[in-house]
Design a protein around this ligand. Structure first.
Ligand code: HEM
Length: 260
């Protein structure tokens, strides 16, 4: 059978997946569903790219890593930009169907948790909020135990003759990465002597900044939409979200900057 646009991309199936819960239908619920589904598709691609960059970093492939980080940080800009669309929904409009969401919340996005874990931002406690039976929960649990991009970045630095301190190498993969002065010294030297590597470091910083921007824009969007109400996922809402603001995923890339 000849493939068509529609059959190759499974468009009819895709367009069947937007089921509103409000009855009679509240106009903005469609926006709410489409935007979340779109995010999940982008998260899927982001994970696909980040898995690939682990390999390029570990094999010391500089240009391959640059290409992937370029794509990931551009993707992150899109994720941030898309929040403008959901911000066109007023608090009154959201209230009209919010009750229908029950306990569902972005809190339960297993792919978002995977993105955090792959990048090395590991908060094991967050797994408790994922529904046990959901298909993505097992994947998120597995990701927690896997080496993150930052560990693969250490492999990359070793290809550049940098010695990685044993305590960083030996830490359990489920533990978050922490800033380390020896890594910062190495980055400082490489920034001065290797403009090709500096391009990679800046792209990684872009991605990190993009993640922080997303958190900031999401919490402001949440604040203007629900104010101080509790989240549907059961957290205190805005106060909870504020706790992860300004937390870098590659802390050494930020800690070294005052020396440059
Ligand atoms: C009207 C729109 C939205 C509101 C009011 C809202 C509200 C919230 C609240 C209150 C939380 C805290 C957890 C909870 O108790 O529920 C949360 C978490 C979260 N939301 Fe949203 N959200 C909205 C749109 C979105 C969109 C479009 C996405 C895109 C994927 C998203 C992704 C997330 C994620 C990933 C978390 C977990 C963040 C973390 O654990 O650091 N949210 N949201």
């Amino acid at each position: 059978m000849t493939l068509t646009y529609s059959s190759y991309l499974q468009i009819p199936e895709l367009l069947e997946l937007q089921t509103v819960q409000s009855d009679p239908e509240e106009h903005d619920e469609m926006l709410f569903i489409v935007i979340h589904q779109t995010y999940e598709l982008w998260f899927k691609l982001l994970l696909h790219e980040l898995d690939h960059v682990k390999d390029t970093l570990s094999t010391g492939d500089l240009y391959g890593s640059i290409a992937i980080f370029q794509r990931c940080r551009t993707l992150m800009k899109t994720l941030v930009g898309q929040l403008d669309i959901i911000e066109t929904m007023t608090p009154m409009s959201f209230t009209s169907f919010r009750d229908r969401l029950d306990t569902s919340s972005g809190f339960q996005s297993s792919q978002f948790r995977e993105v955090e874990f792959v990048l090395g931002y590991k908060r094991p406690k967050m797994l408790e909020f994922l529904p046990n039976s959901a298909p993505g929960t097992a994947r998120a649990r597995q990701r927690l135990e896997e080496r993150s991009v930052i560990d693969h970045f250490y492999d990359f630095l070793e290809h550049e003759q940098i010695t990685i301190p044993a305590h960083l190498r030996e830490r359990a993969p489920a533990e978050p990465a922490t800033a380390d002065e020896a890594i910062q010294d190495a980055l400082y030297t490489l920034y001065q002597t290797r403009p090709d590597l500096a391009i990679l470091f800046e792209l990684m910083t872009d991605l990190d900044e993009g993640m922080q921007e997303w958190r900031y824009r999401h919490v402001k969007m949440v604040e203007r939409t629900i104010g101080s109400k509790q989240g549907t996922g059961g957290s205190p809402g805005v106060e909870f979200l504020k706790r992860s603001l300004f937390m870098p995923v590659f802390p050494d890339l930020w800690a070294v900057r005052h020396r440059l």
